[in-house]
Design a protein around this ligand. Structure first.
Ligand code: BES
Ligand code: ZN
Ligand code: ZN
Length: 484
């Protein structure tokens, strides 16, 4: 789908179809010329309800209100309708002339038009076009349009990575994709294999990948523009497959575990956007790309692994492997990168998180309440759903071990998302305690149902909220929330 912003009279612009938003179920609005026909079709203009009237060449779509989510979902429904026809183009009016509405239209259309066809023998070519028509163009609108396209394309790139099978996307594939992104301006790349991990005593990450035929990769991308204002580290869990290891997952739960690399893929997508938007911040991306498999050489429940910072970890469940990989990645980041302003990690870390907050929401954890609040605000501004899960000192005691410093599985089955976050806190150095946030994206990263403008499978969750947060840092606005 090609999306265009055009500044000309709506009526004179040639296109096959016209998209009309029916706001607040108001079929009496003056823009609706086909009221009788729509009523006879029982069209009620509910959320996502869409109808094509071929005679009058109009797509009517319900839109509950003028929030980002409603507009994005509505345009996505209209675009999907267009894609189901042989019509080549559609136009839609930017009614209020607002940049925020334009952002919702562009992102909703680009995200809604996405489909993953890599493994289909017959690929349908979608060469359709959408024209967003505005009466008054301005520098602000043009910038919003271009930025929104970059962001949506980065989300779609993440979706492609995550949807790719574990046979085709293994740790070295992550390296290959990182290399491609490092071609953008101001980005450098360092890649470390298992020899490096061993030399640097990263036995926690090494243990997880031991039974795989694919070599684990620690990938470090640095985006350093000349005008950088702050220094941010983004760490991503990149389990290219999570079988559970010897604590093998049951068959049903193993399906979809190609999505366990979504944290790392989302960090790659966010960097792809940040660099193209030329945001004035230094961003380090640390990706732990590992495959968790079974075999004679597999790490075991009962093993004790030592992480890079010397912390010993009792393994009680090899399926709690993400935190083992992140532990070493977080240590590596803090050892290598000095004077960090923010350190965020992203991971499909726990099933408990999905149970707790549902499939569509990212859970944000960390010691700094203000920073968590800021992250939630930015997520919401970007169009993503998130919520905060609070730590407490009683839950902290649940990740203690009788024989080692900590344990990769809590002693209670309740509060699993938070206890996983608290495990990670063991690997955050004192000086960074208030600069760290942990994002559990296990729910929204991959859903086996389409939702809103998200397709079946990978959603690219985390990309938009991260870009929004980085943008807010670069603007230096709203430090209100950051005070503890
Ligand atoms: N990758 C999974 C978490 C997950 C589950 C992500 C469902 C997406 C959907 C993670 O490695 C895992 O298996 N965690 C265990 C931890 C437990 C053994 C302490 C879990 O959540 O059951
Ligand atoms: Zn697991
Ligand atoms: Zn996992």
């Amino acid at each position: 789908m090609k999306i265009n912003l055009v500044n000309e009279s709506f009526d004179s612009l040639q296109s096959d179809l016209e998209v009309i938003f029916v706001l607040n179920k108001d079929l009496n609005h003056k823009s609706i010329k086909d009221k009788k026909l729509l009523e006879s079709l029982n069209f009620k203009a509910e959320d996502e309800e869409v109808v094509l009237l071929p005679e009058s060449k109009k797509i009517y779509v319900g839109c509950e209100d003028n929030s980002y989510d409603c507009i994005a979902v509505a345009i996505s429904a209209a675009v999907k309708k267009l894609q189901s026809t042989k019509f080549k183009s559609a136009k839609v009016k930017l009614l209020d002339g607002e940049a925020s509405t334009l952002k919702a239209l562009v992102e909703g259309a680009a995200l809604g038009a996405y489909s993953f066809t890599k493994y289909k023998s017959k690929k349908t070519k979608n060469k359709q076009e959408l024209f967003i028509v505005t009466k008054n163009s301005s520098k602000e609108l043009t910038k919003t349009f271009n930025d929104s396209l970059i962001i949506a394309e980065s989300v779609n790139k993440t979706r492609d990575f995550v949807n790719t099978t574990p046979e085709d996307f293994y740790p070295k594939t992550m390296t290959k994709e990182a290399k491609k992104i490092s071609k953008l301006d101001d980005i450098t790349l360092k890649v470390h294999g298992e020899e490096y991990l061993e030399k640097n005593k990263m036995f926690s990450m090494l243990g997880v990948g031991r039974a795989s035929r694919h070599e684990s990769q620690l990938i470090h991308l640095t985006y350093k523009p000349k005008n950088a204002k702050t220094k941010v580290v983004l760490v991503g869990k990149g389990l290219t497959y999570d079988s559970g290891g010897l604590s093998l997952k049951p068959g049903d739960s193993m399906v979809t575990m190609k999505s366990d690399k979504a944290g790392a893929c989302m960090v790659l997508g966010a960097l792809n956007a940040i660099a193209q938007l030329k945001l004035p911040i230094e961003v380090h991306c640390i990706l732990g790309a590992v495959e968790n498999m079974i075999g004679g050489d597999a790490f075991k429940p009962d093993d004790v692994l030592t992480a890079k910072n010397g912390t010993t970890i009792e393994v009680r469940n090899t399926d709690a492997e993400g935190r083992l990989v992140l532990a070493d990645c977080l240590c590596y980041a803090q050892d290598k990168i000095k004077d960090i302003d923010y350190i965020f990690d992203y991971a499909t870390l726990t099933g408990a998180c999905v149970v707790g907050v549902g499939e569509y929401t990212t859970a944000i954890m960390g010691n700094n309440t203000g920073l968590r609040c800021n992250a939630i605000k930015n997520a919401s501004a970007s169009g993503e759903f998130s919520t905060s899960l609070p730590f407490n000192r009683h839950l902290r005691k649940l990740v203690k071990s009788k024989i080692a410093d900590t344990c990769n599985m809590a002693t209670s089955r309740y509060g699993g998302a938070i206890t996983a976050g608290l495990f990670l806190d063991n690997f955050i150095y004192k000086e960074n305690k208030d600069k760290w946030l942990h994002f559990d994206i296990a729910g929204p990263a991959y859903v086996e149902n389409a939702w809103g403008y998200n397709p079946y499978g990978a959603s690219g969750a985390g990309v938009r909220m991260t870009v929004e947060f980085m943008n807010s840092l670069s603007l230096d606005i709203d430090k209100r929330c950051q005070a503890k």
